[in-house]
Structure formats: C-alpha cells, structure tokens
Design a protein. Structure first.
Length: 102
C-alpha cells in the first residue's frame, strides 16, 4: 500500500493524529468518529498496509500505535515545495518593501 494513498483520506489522517500521542484500542478510536467500527477497522487496515501504524493484541483488544517514521517520504517530498514557497514569498516581501519606499 502506498503511503500517499493511506494519508489521502481525512479520517485516516485524523486516526494518525489520535495515535500520535499514544497507542489506542480500536474501540477508543471509534469513539472519536461518527462512523461504524467496521469503517474504522478498514481505515486502520489501510494505514497498517502503508506502514503508518503498528498493531498488537492485548487480550481480546487490538492496540494501534503510530509509526511516524513512515511519513519521512512524504516529508521529504513536501519539503521541496516548502522551500519553493518560502523563496517566492521572500521575493514578494522584497518587492513589497521596495514599492513602499517609492
């Protein structure tokens, strides 16, 4: 599963956000959404296949945790665009400073 596909959905991004501070059970995650446990389980399967979460069993519960290192590829890809926009905005700022002096 492609990491970009895995983060394309808003619900999956929200799941990653919830898992970013600590691991949680499926039941706990479901309580933050207005969807079925089946829908959350499907989203978690996609995140798992994309390497963005890890899963372990604890008794009859499945506990999920985030694997933020899997987002490194996304970070590196978006970094080029951050640099691009910073450069453009710096140049715009310089231009606006010059026009204020006129």
């Amino acid at each position: 599963m492609d990491v970009y596909h895995a983060i394309a959905d808003a619900n999956r991004r929200r799941l990653l956000e919830l898992l970013s501070d600590r691991e949680r059970s499926v039941q706990e995650l479901v309580s933050h959404f207005d969807v079925t446990i089946g829908a959350i389980s499907q989203h978690l399967q996609i995140l798992l296949a994309g390497g963005l979460v890890a899963r372990r069993k604890e008794g009859r519960f499945r506990i999920y945790s985030a694997r933020p290192e899997a987002l490194k590829e996304v970070h590196e890809w978006t970094e080029q665009y951050r640099r691009f926009w910073e450069s453009r905005l710096d140049r715009l700022g310089d231009y606006l400073d010059q026009t204020d002096e006129v």
